[in-house]
Design a protein around this ligand. Structure first.
Ligand code: PA5
Length: 421
């Protein structure tokens, strides 16, 4: 399997090799704890051993269930927010659906315009829905599910329940609803928090409905787990990345920007943003995660990055084989772009990528994460790598990666306004 790899590019000399090596030695014991998981977090580590929720039996089960949906559906609506939809959406947006089913996303906003648009797109098509909710108290998927249920009842009458699959926790109110109403119930792992669920039914089932090869996603994740287990502390890619992130944070960089030159990684960047934002941003600490959708964003924030205050460092996703090609031919209009005659968009994009990393790394350190291709195996590797690095980074920072107490503050005010008891 072609593996992802990492490299530090620091023309600005913020970090010396000696400093990094020293810190890696200091935090080596943390790596061992993260490899096998700590007792204090055992209720949150269902993702750490990939087989627990993405082993062969599970993969076959998700695929069989997905095959049933694919036989009859034109559209499959995933209703969920945050960790309950981002991983599946990242993969489906980057790789695309194959086969008969189009995936739509709902339950991730409170906008009347958004829900109306989704419902309009369903008219006249064969629809199945998948509500994904860990605690089934989150407002967005709750009201999205209601809106979709009304649509389904109107379209399919009493038979609508056969088209509803709910991913929820055992013993939850949602499970009761499924029993009473005849919806199919799929387990949401009790031992995984939303943002770590990419490699579980939460992420894998909708991907399978889209025609994604989820066996290859799991294989990629297992390959990455094996690599991270086998690497010693001095050669560990995860430890090096976590240490670099922490050292830069200690030197005053407050933000990490995930930059990429393939816009189809936008949803992956959103997944990454949630993973790190919710896991590290607590106790008045943490790097703020943001992303650069290049080359477009170079025309908006490029100036700040190159010349503004030193608060951001960058991690570049280097997508080595995009699998796409479009050659630019000369159409004999004197547009002054002749120097690009016969060049491929892909080649021009690479030149822009290399130029940007050269320019930016003269100002602040840049990490380059080389991703061999846009495919399932690399997504499996990326999900596992980042979840592991996130756990390790939070440990170095001294925060609990698996809770999110801060997200409740605005909800209290909102529920008060909406009259929830
Ligand atoms: O990581 C988390 O736990 C959260 O971001 C959740 O994924 C998100 O809030 C959605 O929660 P739920 O599935 O309970 O609706």
């Amino acid at each position: 399997m072609k593996e992802i790899s990492m490299e530090l590019i620091d023309g600005s000399s913020w970090l010396t090799t000696e400093e990094i090596t020293g810190k890696m030695e200091e935090y080596a014991p943390y790596l061992d704890e993260v490899k096998y998981g700590e007792k204090q977090y055992e209720d949150n580590l269902g993702w750490l051993n990939v087989d627990e929720w993405a082993g062969e039996k599970w993969i076959t089960y998700y695929q069989e269930l997905a095959a049933d949906v694919r036989k009859n559906a034109d559209v499959f609506v995933v209703i969920g927010i945050g960790g309950s939809n981002q991983a599946a959406r990242a993969v489906v947006d980057a790789i695309g659906e194959t086969g008969p089913v189009t995936i739509k996303w709902a339950g991730n906003s409170i906008s009347a315009n958004s829900i109306r648009n989704v419902l309009q797109e369903l008219e006249g098509r064969s629809v199945y829905i998948n509500l994904i909710a860990k605690n089934f108290e989150t407002l967005e998927p709750g009201i999205g599910f209601r809106a979709l249920r009304s649509f389904m009842k109107k379209e399919y009458g009493d038979e609508y329940a056969k088209r509803v699959i709910c991913t929820g926790t055992a013993g939850s109110h949602l499970e009761k609803l499924c029993k009473v109403n005849g919806f199919h119930f799929l387990p949401f792992p009790l031992n995984i928090g939303g943002r770590f669920t990419a490699l579980s039914p939460v992420g894998l089932f909708p991907m399978a409905v889209a025609g994604i090869n989820i066996g290859a996603i799991a294989a990629g994740a297992k390959c990455m787990r094996q690599k991270l287990l086998e690497e010693s502390a001095s050669e560990s890619m995860a430890l090096k990345y976590a240490v670099i992130r922490n050292m830069l944070y200690q030197k005053g960089f407050g933000m990490e920007m995930l930059s990429y030159f393939e816009p189809r990684y936008f949803r992956f960047a959103k997944w990454w943003m949630q993973l790190f934002g919710e896991s590290e941003g607590k106790d008045n600490k943490g790097l703020y995660p943001l992303f650069g959708n290049f080359s477009e964003d170079l025309h908006s924030v490029g100036q700040f990055l190159q010349d503004g205050s030193n608060i951001i460092f960058e991690t570049f996703l280097d997508i080595q084989n995009t699998g796409a090609s479009y050659v630019l031919h000369n159409d004999h209009v004197d547009d002054l772009f002749d120097y690009l005659d016969g060049k491929d968009f892909d080649e021009i994009n690479r030149a822009a990528f290399e130029a940007t990393i050269t320019a930016h790394s003269k100002k602040f350190p840049c990490v380059k994460l080389s991703v061999p291709a846009v495919d399932e195996e690399t997504f499996g590797q990326l999900f596992y790598f980042y979840e592991f690095v996130c756990y390790l980074s939070a440990k170095i920072l001294g925060v609990n990666p698996f809770d999110q107490p801060g997200v409740e503050a605005y909800k209290e005010h909102m529920f008060q306004r909406l009259g929830k008891n």
